[in-house]
Write a protein that binds this ligand. Structure first.
Ligand SMILES: C[S@@+](CC[C@H](N)C(=O)[O-])C[C@H]1O[C@@H](n2cnc3c(N)ncnc32)[C@H](O)[C@@H]1O
Length: 213
């Protein structure tokens, strides 16, 4: 997916993916991550998700990465006030109360930026990417994430090819991540109404098989 596609979506505020309320799977199954207080949760392709505030309320430190400066600015402006923007290693970084947002391309991150991550929260990140980028995304996660990390992943399954969002089936989740992770389905739900009719939303827990540092 071209960067311009997402910049245009944010410029035109066509952000139907944004949820005002906290993701229900996250609320219900967060404990499965079994995180220590102050564990850092990485939120790739984070938009201005209010789930990051909820994670902070659970005592997590949050590290988000997002292409759109509009989204990063709006996150802080809508949640207690603007945060200063500084350029660090090619990313525009804003930071407040242990929530750090890096504005830039996920694919330009590196292992050292993610060295303190204890868990990943992916809602509408993997499924926002077309198939070739989903492969690259999973490869980078497998390469960069520190040992012992857990991943809370929310996917969608539905008939049809057009996206985003893209349908990502269980066999693809396994093919992408099973080299490094044990994969457990936590829950699934078919909302059955409106724009979500015919879609199944699935929450996954990925447990790293490699030992923690
Ligand atoms: C479907 S939205 C989901 C946002 C957020 N996870 C949520 O739940 O509201 C996907 C987001 O990924 C961002 N994005 C797309 N490609 C990206 C990339 N290569 N690096 C960083 N962010 C990206 C878009 O700007 C958009 O905000």
């Amino acid at each position: 997916m071209e960067h311009d596609f997402w910049h245009k979506r944010w410029a035109e505020q066509r952000i139907g993916f944004h949820q005002e309320s906290v993701n229900k799977f996250l609320e219900t199954h967060y404990s499965a991550l079994n995180l220590a207080p102050e564990a850092q949760v990485f939120v790739p392709l984070c938009g201005k998700s209010s789930d990051m505030l909820w994670l902070r309320e659970q005592a997590c430190h949050v590290l988000g990465v997002e292409l759109s400066d509009t989204a990063c600015e709006a996150f802080f402006a809508e949640n207690g006030g603007a945060a200063e923007k500084v350029l660090v290693d090619g990313f525009y970084q804003r930071e407040k109360d242990e929530i750090v947002l890096l504005c830039g391309d996920f694919f330009k991150l590196s292992a050292d930026k993610l060295a303190s991550v204890g868990a990943v929260y992916d809602r509408a990140a993997l499924i926002a990417l077309p198939e070739n980028l989903r492969h690259a995304y999973a490869e980078k996660m497998i390469e960069w994430l520190p040992k012992g990390v857990k991943v809370f992943l929310v996917t969608l399954e539905f008939e049809g090819e057009a996206g985003p969002p893209f349908s990502v089936r269980a066999d693809e989740v396994r093919a992408l991540f099973s080299d490094r992770f044990d994969i457990t389905k936590l829950a699934s739900e078919c909302p059955g109404e409106g724009k979500d009719a015919g879609r199944t939303e699935i929450a996954w827990l990925l447990n790293d098989r490699t030992l923690g540092r």
